[in-house]
Design a protein around this ligand. Structure first.
Ligand code: G3H
Ligand code: 13P
Ligand code: ZN
Length: 311
């Protein structure tokens, strides 16, 4: 099966009340671990590449690795640019074989975001590529956040219809309290998401796929494993998985996960090298790292996203 866009995946996910996992990739072991889990669980899959990953691994290497993953499986796989910052990087990924791009204009004014997103949509659609836009700025929320200041960072539901209709985007990333990285919530506070905003957006855009960034759960057993070998991640707290399951049953069709993969991989490498200090063959420590990625992705697919068996 060739690379696909996310259009069909999202339609089925919306109707089926589940979400598709979008996993960040930057090397062969990560791509293999993710793809093997998706293949065994018969799950649709989005592999996504950030600007940093593209710089690290080079566009052509990532394209060829994803082509290899496609040849190795008959799954529907989309290749997506994560957080495209400007038109040029989106164009480079459209021209360079991606099936989906994100233009992240969330740091601009509403009008500037619309103008930039529309320009990317026109170019991408002319080349058969779908586009994710973003409204609202990701940040953590805490029990004691004051509504007036806190609301400033969340997506404003009253803006979404105009944004979607004027830009023509195919999906929309929103801010309801998730954030990037491993430190999402203050220790001692109860992590929560603004489901009221998600519900409102869902009512305003019936059938339209919503995207959740910053959705790693930061499992404490992996944090402990990293800390045990000299890591410094005390206070790392992620999004509880039951909240993600709830979002997947609503309008959220794509859930982005990167930090959990980094955590699983790093914990496995640290553990291996601690237990086998004489090893200096990368295959020895990257084998458990790849397995850790695979098992993390399997867990997300089966227990969190609900997309097992949906390919
Ligand atoms: O949303 C951010 C992703 O986790 C990518 O992170 O820019 O460090 O590759 P990165
Ligand atoms: P996490 O840092 O929570 O994994 O979020 C990743 C993400 O949103 C990539 O776009
Ligand atoms: Zn993100």
């Amino acid at each position: 099966m060739p690379l696909v866009t996310t259009a069909e995946m999202f339609k089925k996910a919306y109707e089926g009340g589940y979400a598709v996992g979008a996993f960040n990739v930057n090397n062969m072991e990560i791509i293999q671990g993710i793809t093997e889990a998706a293949m065994e669980e018969r799950a649709p899959l989005i592999l996504q590449v950030s600007a940093g990953a593209r710089k690290y691994a080079k566009h052509v290497y990532l394209i060829k690795l994803v082509e290899a993953a496609i040849a190795d499986t008959d799954l529907p796989i989309a290749l997506h640019l994560d957080h495209g910052a400007d038109f040029d990087i989106c164009k480079a990924c459209v021209d360079g074989g991606f099936s989906s791009v994100m233009i992240d204009g969330s740091k601009y004014s509403f009008e500037e975001n619309i103008a930039l997103t529309k320009k990317v949509v026109e170019y991408a659609h002319a080349h058969g590529v779908v586009v994710e836009g973003e409204l609202g700025t990701l940040a953590g929320i805490e029990d004691d956040v004051k509504v007036s200041s806190g609301d400033a960072m969340f997506t404003r539901p009253e803006e979404v219809e105009e944004f979607v209709s004027r830009t023509g985007v195919d999906s929309l990333a929103i801010a309801i309290g998730t954030s990037h990285g491993a430190f999402k919530f203050k220790p001692g506070t109860k992590p929560m998401l603004r489901f009221d905003i998600l519900e409102d957006i869902g009512r305003r855009l019936p059938g339209f796929p919503i995207v959740l960034h910053g959705a790693s759960s930061v499992p404490q057993e992996f944090v402990a494993e990293v800390n045990r070998y000299g890591g410094a991640m005390p206070g790392a707290i992620g999004v509880p998985e039951e909240l993600l399951r709830q979002a997947a049953g609503m309008a959220v069709c794509k859930i982005n996960i990167d930090s959990d993969l980094r955590l699983a991989m790093t914990a496995a490498v640290r553990k291996h090298l601690q237990e086998h200090p004489a090893d200096f063959d990368p295959r020895q420590y990257l084998t458990p790292a790849r397995t850790a990625i695979k098992e993390m992705v399997r867990h997300k697919i089966v227990d969190v996203l609900g997309c097992a068996g949906k390919a």
